[in-house]
Design a protein around this ligand. Structure first.
Ligand code: SF4
Length: 220
């Protein structure tokens, strides 16, 4: 595996994707939302919080404040109380209100559709921006979250720790048409099998294709 060429790595990546797609046919975003703005808000709330907990909070949040206009004009203390269970609620409340105001003022209430504009919104990093681009606007984008970071390193697709560098490494190895599903598949795999800190390699469907797993299971 250490002598692997880029072409070989690309072929291996395709096989991994094929197997993971069969293993996790339902893999998708687990946050509940109805509009681009709601996905943006849910993603911000999901920082340092589980998607399950966010999904418990957002029905009430979106019922009372469904649009950027509604959030921009919300009573801050009321909003804070609703999102309190997601943790870091002071920062999240401020971020969401500021984003809503900016979207209303600069983009007429529509969530922008470019990486540059999205990452200029307060509290929106590359990860969130790429999620919105891929899921909402169907533009090729790779989301590097904690699962993608861990699983792609174990699979030998990157040696980097910095999410942006990982994103570029993955862009080189994975065909553009697979970028959006890549995140869903690696997240599903990271949650079910390739767990932190200890992966369940003995049960892994891509063990044969994984340098870390092969070494760990002494298959080489
Ligand atoms: S073989 Fe192990 S390390 Fe490799 S992807 Fe599977 S669970 Fe993760």
């Amino acid at each position: 595996m250490s002598e692997e060429t880029l072409e070989q790595k690309k072929n291996r990546a395709l096989k991994v994707i094929e197997i993971l797609r069969k293993t996790y046919p339902q893999a998708m975003v687990t946050l509940d939302y109805k509009t681009p703005f709601q996905l943006l808000v849910a993603t911000i709330l999901a920082a340092q919080c589980t998607d399950e907990r966010v999904n418990q909070v957002t029905p009430e949040l979106f019922r009372r404040y469904p649009t950027p206009e509604a959030v921009a004009g919300a009573d801050e203390s009321e909003l804070r109380e609703i999102i309190r269970p997601t943790g870091f609620f002071n920062q999240k409340t401020k971020a969401i209100m500021e984003i809503a105001r900016e979207i209303v003022a600069k983009y007429g209430g529509n969530v922008p559709d470019t990486l540059e504009e999205l990452t200029q919104l307060r509290g929106v990093g590359r990860k969130t921006a790429n999620l919105i681009l891929g899921i909402v606007y169907k533009k090729p984008a790779i989301v590097v979250d904690t699962h993608v970071k861990r699983v792609s390193a174990r699979l030998g697709f990157t040696k980097h720790k910095d999410p942006t560098k990982i994103e570029f490494d993955l862009m080189e190895v994975i065909p553009e048409s697979n970028w959006i599903e890549l995140n869903h598949l690696l997240v599903a795999h990271g949650r079910a099998i390739c767990k932190a800190p200890t992966p369940l390699c003995e049960r892994c469907p891509v063990l044969e294709l994984c340098p870390y797993g092969r070494e760990r299971m002494r298959l080489d």
